[in-house]
Design a protein around this ligand. Structure first.
Ligand SMILES: CC(C)(COP(=O)(O)OP(=O)(O)OC[C@H]1O[C@@H](n2cnc3c(N)ncnc32)[C@H](O)[C@@H]1OP(=O)(O)O)[C@@H](O)C(=O)NCCC(=O)NCCS
Length: 413
């Protein structure tokens, strides 16, 4: 049975389907979420002949976003989001039809890369998305010390200022900081101005028993040089204050991050600082002396990357070492990528060219997505997820794709 995917014509039904799939509390404010950062022409739906009647069988949406790549280029990407299939329609190929539709539309729009955050690890690999960025959740005790002797001069010139996230102008300041630093932190995903309005929207239902979310800006010479978002929660144990402050992504250069980190472990009435999004090579892990310098540390996947148009995507980034490898690419959902490519990197510049030469390596397009932001993919050969036809050639490819520093995790979207 062929499944038709088409643009949404009914915003209420689209929203109702999302609310059914995600079974959260439905509030009057939810329509805002639909409007902010999810353009009307980027909402897509599936209906099946046998229903459901009052909902769609499946929906997805695309946020127009940008992402920084190794070398500093900031390129447009399709931010895949709002993916959901009605409980009655699941496991009948609705998601597969929507993914085929998404990849075709994205390529036609001239966008080379799609990216997402996955609700479950097993869903998106089959569609050619590779797990491209790791993130840590790090707990720190109050008063944790950070040691960074060569940053101290720079940190001395930085001050920090707490404001309320929903205040006028804060979303614009946050976005400006992110734009300014994205090139230095490849993997950063920059949302549209509307998306930042969504991020800073404070709906009453989310405020029960909670304070309004705050932002601490780092400033130098009257200019914003970084920020992080946070929310404090009260807790009293044996009459002693032992609250938790949950802190979002850090944005800014290393000195600004250090000033912000010191501030968030030194908030009155807090016992624990929970940092939600710390990259695998974030300087913070060096400042505390490694994992056991934290109270707790957990690792999981952040951004998944899909090369929608391999030929266009390969040269968008730079490469730290040279390579010249013939790759047989398997790509069931974007057949225009499938087949033999000569992937080269010379003095930093990459080129992907069609070839009839015998392949050195056979791999799924997801492997190239996993490595596109610089994340190490060398281990996939040992894991049996890559087939090598000429010994040592996969290492050449993996070495060229990886970067000295692991990529930056992104804010959830
Ligand atoms: C995840 C979800 C979108 C899958 O939709 P679906 O229409 O059932 O998927 P399909 O029928 O197209 O499945 C395609 C393949 O993926 C597999 N698959 C789908 N969801 C999976 C999951 N959560 N875990 C493992 N495999 C999964 C199917 O088994 C099927 O495999 P096959 O091709 O080998 O038979 C749906 O279950 C859902 O809406 N879940 C809740 C919301 C959610 O998690 N959305 C994703 C947001 S990032």
């Amino acid at each position: 049975m062929s499944i038709d995917v088409r643009p949404s014509e009914d915003a209420d039904k689209y929203l109702a389907t999302d609310q059914l799939v995600w079974f959260g509390e439905v509030t009057d404010a939810d329509a805002h979420h639909l409007r902010l950062g999810l353009p009307e022409d980027q909402r897509f739906v599936v209906d099946l002949p046998d229903g459901p009647e009052d909902h769609h069988a499946g929906i997805y949406g695309v946020r127009p976003m940008e992402m920084s790549l190794p070398g500093g280029a900031v390129v447009p990407i399709a931010g895949l989001t709002w993916v959901g299939v009605h409980p009655d329609s699941r496991r009948r190929g609705v998601l597969s039809a929507m993914m085929t539709d998404h990849l075709t539309r994205t390529r036609e729009a001239g966008t080379a890369i799609s990216a997402l955050h996955a609700s479950e690890a097993a869903i998106y690999g089959r569609y050619g998305y590779g797990m491209a960025v790791l993130t840590h959740q790090v707990d720190l005790g109050r008063g944790t010390t950070f040691t960074a002797p060569h940053l101290e001069d720079e940190v001395a010139g930085i001050t920090t200022h707490l404001v309320t996230m929903s205040d006028a102008g804060v979303a614009e300041r946050m976005r400006a900081c992110q734009v300014a630093h994205a090139g230095d932190f490849p993997g950063t995903i920059i949302g549209s101005p509307d998306f930042f309005s969504l991020l800073t929207l404070e709906i009453p239902e989310n405020l029960r028993d909670k304070e309004r979310r705050r932002v601490i800006f780092a400033r130098r010479g009257g200019e914003d040089v970084g920020f992080t978002g946070l929310r404090r929660e009260h807790k009293w144990e044996s009459a002693r204050p032992s609250g938790t402050v949950v802190v979002g992504t850090f944005t800014g250069g290393p000195a600004a991050r250090l000033a912000l980190a010191r501030r968030v472990v030194d908030l009155d009435l807090m016992g624990t600082t929970k940092l939600e999004n710390i990259g695998a090579d974030d300087p913070l892990l060096g400042w505390v002396g490694g994992p056991r310098g934290t109270g707790d540390i957990k690792t999981w996947d952040s951004t998944w990357v899909r090369l929608v148009d391999l030929e266009a995507a390969w040269p968008l980034r730079t490469y730290e070492t040279d390579c010249d490898v013939v790759v047989e690419v398997e790509d069931r959902y974007a057949p225009w990528n499938a087949g033999r490519w000569r992937l080269t990197a010379t003095s930093g510049a990459g080129q992907a060219a069609r070839t009839d030469a015998e392949p050195d390596v056979t791999l799924d397009v997801a492997v190239l997505g996993a490595g596109h932001l610089g994340h190490s993919t060398g281990g996939l050969l040992r894991a049996g997820l890559v087939r090598e036809h000429r010994a040592g050639v996969y290492a050449e490819l993996a070495r060229a794709m990886r970067t000295t520093l692991e990529p930056e995790p992104s804010i959830g979207f």
